[in-house]
Design a protein around this ligand. Structure first.
Ligand code: BTN
Length: 255
């Protein structure tokens, strides 16, 4: 990756023209002891994975499909916030490389004009009270044309090129993502969640909106009040009851 301006992230790179999933390769490498900051990146994935066991469409040569292995000195209970750290980092990078204004939908989808351009999948390798590694899988739709998206998802998914009409330098964007991931990752480890929370809130499009949250157990509808210091989303239900969700699929229902 030319333009790389990091201390450690991306200093070891494992590059594939095609592979099944960078996330699977990175998980194996992490178990084998790959150093902090190792990046597995591919031009194409034949079996890209999304959250909740979904597949992730990874068209050849059009996106950024990468998994970053980090080994932060934190305890496992603080690992989940790294998805929010990543969302902030990617938002910042997209904003700098394009002139678009991305928004974060809790917890970590990045939207442009209401459509998803980026997905983040984080996996934790830990034992009891120590984090061995966190694997941050990042998929950014960069240079796809509209025709790359099936008609059924054109209302909900997009690419940076579709939104700003110009081809984007993928390696420059990848370098910026790694730069901000390192910067905000270090900030989180050193200063805790507060500064990240402020950044996350300034880019988010969920708080204050009426939402439907589908968790593994139930569906909740109400107004998103905010996130806690643990990154938990608090929802005020119509009954007035306030509920916190750790993980869910969110639909924005408008005002
Ligand atoms: C989501 O469901 O929103 C998360 C999508 C994550 C996709 C990325 S692409 C690089 C890495 N490899 C995978 O198989 N998935 C992640």
């Amino acid at each position: 990756i030319p333009n790389l301006n990091t201390k450690q992230l991306g200093r070891t790179i494992d590059y594939y023209t095609t592979c099944e999933s960078t996330q699977i390769i990175a998980a194996d490498k992490a178990r084998e002891g790959a150093p902090h900051g190792t990046v597995v990146i591919a031009e194409e994935q034949t079996d890209g994975r999304g959250r909740l066991d979904r597949s992730w469409n990874s068209t050849a040569n059009k996106g950024i499909w990468m998994s970053v292995i980090i080994r932060p000195a934190i305890s496992p209970q603080f690992a989940a916030q790294f998805t929010l750290v990543s969302a902030v980092a990617i938002t910042q990078a997209i904003q700098e490389v394009t002139n678009l204004t991305p928004e974060i939908k809790w917890p970590n989808d990045i939207l442009i004009n209401g459509k998803k351009v980026t997905g983040i999948l984080t996996e934790l390798q830990a034992d009891m009270d120590i984090v061995h590694s966190i694997i941050i899988g990042i998929g950014v739709n960069v240079n796809q044309e509209l025709s790359a998206f099936e008609e059924s998802i054109q209302k909900t998914a997009t690419s940076l090129k579709i939104e700003n009409g110009e081809e984007i330098d993928r390696s420059l964007l990848a370098a910026k993502i790694l730069y901000y991931l390192e910067k905000y990752g270090d900030l989180y480890v050193e200063n805790g969640f507060k500064p990240i929370k402020i950044l996350w809130e300034s880019h988010n499009c969920t708080i204050g909106k009426r939402i439907r949250a589908t968790t593994l157990r139930e569906t909740l509808e109400g107004v998103a009040l905010g996130i806690t210091n643990d990154g938990v989303l608090e929802i005020k239900l119509d009954s007035g009851e306030i509920r916190g969700v750790y993980s869910a699929d969110i639909h924005l229902l408008g005002k």
